[in-house]
Design a protein around this ligand. Structure first.
Ligand code: GLC
Length: 715
């Protein structure tokens, strides 16, 4: 990457202290009434970045259409009228789409297809950068095991290895090889760190995370984003074990910069600097600003505490000019890397939206997870279909939360999608309008009942935790009535989060988890139902039997007593009143075809530790044969267990996956390499260690696979 330090030094030398602080100040797009005052601030060089939205929860509220002319006008003032002429950095929450909405990030993670995730974000960057957006606040990398948390939909689920793959894919898709190129955007890894552990799944709540857990479960995805070239990080609202991240030098400097080698800039979350008062660690606004800037938080989002307090803090000697200069240097470096000084304005181009919609349809299809199929899917196009449930005409919910620029009106619903493909009759009964009795009558008369169920987008996203993760009672009742009608019953779930599965899957012949799958999810589901697409998604998160079993996740360590609910070991002894095994485990998903795995082969099952440290690895492979009737893609998953280590290690840890297309009757040889980066773990102090000893390696279709082999690192 080009070196801009000389230009940065030259700019820095000319800036007044207030102009330097202006670069550290991000304000949100002004409402019309404040536009002139806002422009005056820009003219003075007080606004280094603009948050292109209004309100603290931009993902929940309509944000209106972006006016490129307005942002170009603001940019022109900054470049031509402010003393320094430094361009403004425009940022927006382009989380999983712009005009074309892709599946929510948790759904895209379910594709287990890094390349396709990258392609999706490349399309997204093309669209958003064509609307003045330089910088998006994504990927959201908060590992979480609590589906009550509304923001579970934005993240990569329960596994750090999968989260690291998603982090890499999103950053590469958004930034390409050079984020200053046309159609590219700056990424932002958020929310650093531990936000997904909010207690009780309640948003913004406290977290309790040990250093050991933080290092092995929460940090890896951020390391992956930084290693992939992500140049901005957003600090999180939460505290970690009593220390607010916003004002934590250990987290923002010692770990993020000194250990993870991050050299971009950190932006706060919305008003997070000001909230230090509520968190009880700062007595006033000036303390908030002092603690945050001295901790290593470079840019203050929205509360203006930097703009209003840093000059005095420097005069009082509580903040040094060097600290300010270092933060400004980081911001300017990113602006240079984005190419803002050469191309500050947005010059709208033609975008191939139809291609993007086709890509969104492909992504939605690969994100959908076939959880059950008693042979009823795919259905024949000649079959008559009773289409029932509250989501058959739904459009907006399919787009999910954090959808700022898509259009519900332009989103096909499942009724239209099925109708477009079917050659048979379609009887659609939207339970919201009619009694379920008339709905069930059609279930009796048609060959197949397709139930379109799920949860509204409004119960997902920021500040949208739920205490009850089950489908609504009327939907559960409809499933039972449809079942009673005795015909084939297919369930399609348009959900953001994993929902309680007891009472749902039991009564269905087939079940497709379609998520809030974006602009083209209805068409993708119709493609799957009629067999034009063979499903290939796998779960990025465990689906529980009951909400009361939460947290339930696959990468747990072993208890000292012989009970491990997740893996069914004496699971009946865990509770006296229910059995907390997963309803569907991490990594689970079916296909229309069937894959047969050979035993695992390992050419070199023992290696000296020194060889591992010098880059050698174990080579393991399986043959996967497609013995079914369809060509299909299979996600082959590799897990390890460190049988004997200096710290307790998870019973299984995902350390490799490959999604391969295998034509019917053919066999694919799938090979993995396990080396230094896969076989170690982090100690509480952050040291990464690979210890000698035996490892059990599992390769299979999901986290419950028992196909295994032992390898050994010799001391
Ligand atoms: C919100 C969210 C964050 C988002 C930011 C800007 O409160 O926590 O994810 O990027 O503010 O909208």
């Amino acid at each position: 990457m080009q070196n801009f330090e000389k230009q940065i030094d030259e700019i820095l030398a000319k800036l007044t202290l207030r102009e330097k602080i202006g670069q550290l100040n991000q304000q949100e797009t002004p409402v019309a009434a404040n536009a002139e005052a806002f422009k005056e601030q820009v003219r003075k060089g007080e606004i280094g970045s603009i948050l292109m939205s209004v309100g603290a929860t931009a993902g929940n509220d309509a944000q209106g259409t972006i006016s490129v002319d307005f942002y170009n006008e603001l940019q022109k003032i900054a470049v031509e009228e402010s003393p320094s002429g430094i361009p403004i950095l425009f940022g927006r929450d382009v989380i999983h789409g712009h005009k074309t909405v892709f599946p929510i990030p948790l759904a895209m993670t379910a594709s287990f297809n890094e390349e396709l995730v990258s392609k999706s974000y490349s399309d997204i960057a093309k669209e958003a950068s064509n609307d003045s957006v330089h910088w998006t606040f994504t990927p959201m990398l908060d590992r979480s095991v609590d589906p009550r948390w509304g923001r579970i939909i934005e993240g990569p689920g329960e596994d750090p290895y999968l989260g690291s793959a998603v982090a890499r894919a999103v950053v590469k898709g958004l930034q390409g090889e050079n984020p200053s190129e046309d159609g590219k955007m700056l990424a932002c890894a958020k929310h650093y760190i531990g936000y997904g552990a909010s207690e009780s799944g309640i948003d913004y709540h406290r977290t309790e995370i040990s250093d050991y857990t933080l290092n092995n479960y929460y940090l890896p995805a951020f390391k992956s984003a930084i290693d992939a070239g992500c140049m901005t990080v957003m600090s999180s609202f939460n505290d970690v074990s009593g220390q607010p991240v916003t004002s934590s030098k250990p987290y923002l400097t010692e770990i993020l910069r000194d250990r993870l080698n991050f050299n971009g800039f950190v932006v706060s979350d919305y008003d997070a600097v000001a909230q230090l008062i509520r968190q009880g660690v700062a007595g006033n606004d000036a303390d908030c600003a002092k603690m945050s800037i001295n901790a290593g938080l470079d840019m203050d989002m929205h509360d203006k505490l930097y703009l209003d307090n840093l000059e005095n803090l420097v005069k009082e000697g509580k903040v040094t000019v060097d600290t300010i200069d270092e933060a400004v240097r980081r911001v300017l470096r990113v602006k240079f890397i984005k190419g803002l000084f050469d191309n500050p304005y947005c010059d709208k181009k033609e975008i191939d939206i139809e291609k993007h919609r086709a890509d969104a349809r492909e992504m939605a299809a690969e994100s959908a997870v076939l959880l059950k199929n008693n042979g009823v899917l795919p259905i024949d196009k000649s079959e008559s279909v009773a289409l029932l449930g509250p989501f058959i005409y739904e459009r907006r919910t399919l787009l999910g939360s954090w959808m700022l620029d898509g259009s519900a009106e332009e989103t096909p619903n499942i009724y239209e999608a099925i109708k477009a493909k079917s050659k048979g009759s379609i009887e659609a009964v939207n339970g919201v309008d009619l009694s379920w009795d008339s709905a069930v009558k059609w279930a009796n008369l048609c060959d197949v009942t397709v139930l379109c169920l799920g949860e509204s987008w409004t119960s997902t996203g920021e500040h949208r935790a739920v205490s009850n993760i089950s489908l609504s009672s009327d939907q559960l009742d409809l499933i039972k009535r449809a079942r009673a009608a005795g015909k084939k019953v297919v369930g399609v779930l348009f959900c953001g989060r994993p929902v309680e599965m007891e009472g749902v899957a039991d009564n269905l012949d087939a079940l497709i988890y379609a998520w809030h799958g974006g602009s083209e999810v209805a068409n993708a589901v119709a493609d799957i139902i009629y067999g034009d697409t063979v499903p290939s998604g796998k779960l990025p998160m465990t689906i529980p039997r009951k909400a009361t079993h939460i947290p339930i996740y696959y990468n747990i360590t072993s208890s000292g007593r012989p009970v491990n609910n997740y893996y069914g070991e004496n699971a009946g002894e865990c509770y006296v009143d229910s059995i907390p095994t997963p309803y569907y485990p991490f990594g689970y998903g079916l296909s229309y075809t069937e894959f047969k795995y050979s035993d695992i082969e390992c050419k070199n099952s023992e290696l000296p530790l020194d060889d591992i440290k010098n880059g050698k690895g174990f080579t393991l492979c399986v043959d996967v044969e497609n013995i079914g009737k369809f060509d299909g893609k299979e996600v082959v998953e590799l897990y390890i267990h460190d049988n004997l280590a200096s710290m307790m290690r998870p019973i299984k840890e995902l350390k490799g996956f490959k999604k391969v297309l295998i034509k019917k009757g053919e066999t694919a040889k799938v090979e993995f390499s396990l080396g230094y980066n896969e076989l170690g773990f982090y100690l509480a102090n952050g040291d990464y260690v690979v210890e000698p000893g035996e490892f059990t390696v599992y390769i299979g279709e999901n986290s419950l696979t028992e196909r295994k082999i032992t390898i050994k690192i010799k001391g």
